[in-house]
Design a binder for this molecule. Structure first.
Ligand SMILES: [Fe+2]
Ligand SMILES: [Fe+2]
Length: 194
């Protein structure tokens, strides 16, 4: 019996495993519906749902980064471990900020429920693959669109803008590391990360 329930939990958790590309697709499908003749008309309700969904994405992404940091530490890549732990902590705090803001806004229980979820991200054991899978300039674009939808809500917009700045930093070091891998060679890069 426990096997059956374990399997059903496993199957339902598999459906929650997303890559950043899937997250972007999910969010853009909502946004696409909101465009009429290039006029941006995301409703406040849609914007709040997306905002809540970001909470779930951020919790999941953060958990993945904590695990990857631990894996790097085990392999002796301490500089990489520190970097991913820093990201994990930042994203966890940001997910918590989503919850706090939704409560302040008096959100519907369904939106809070959405934000408390954890969208799972796949675990990679290869640092280059980890960086490549996490590097997603589309995310900044989507968040900028979401920020626009909160033009009449300055605290929420400011919060989203703060994450956008954080994600730009995040992607800048990822691009830099991918460049190092290219220039130094993978083995030398990993040695430099010890
Ligand atoms: Fe991330
Ligand atoms: Fe990040």
């Amino acid at each position: 019996m426990w096997i059956v329930s374990y399997l059903s939990v496993f199957v339902s958790s598999c459906s929650q495993i997303l890559s950043w590309k899937n997250v972007t697709l999910f969010l853009s499908s909502t946004v696409e519906r909101s465009f009429t003749k290039n006029l941006y008309v995301m409703t406040k309700d849609e914007a709040l749902k997306q905002f809540a969904y970001y909470g779930a994405v951020w919790f999941g992404n953060s958990k993945q980064h904590f695990a990857f940091s631990a894996y790097c530490r085990l392999n002796g890549w301490n500089k990489l471990a520190d970097k991913w732990k820093e990201e994990a902590e930042e994203e966890w705090d940001e997910a918590e900020e989503v919850l706090n803001r939704l409560v302040e806004l008096g959100c519907k229980p369904a939106d809070l429920q959405e934000a408390m979820k954890t969208i799972e991200f796949p675990f990679y054991d290869d640092p280059k693959q980890q960086i490549e899978s996490d590097y997603n300039p589309e995310a900044v674009k989507m968040m900028s669109e979401l920020a626009q939808a909160f033009a009449d809500d300055y605290p929420t917009q400011k919060l989203i803008q703060k994450w956008i700045d954080g994600e730009k930093d995040h992607m800048a070091w990822e691009a830099q590391y991918l460049n190092y891998i290219d220039k130094l060679g993978y083995e030398n890069f990993l040695t430099a990360m010890m």
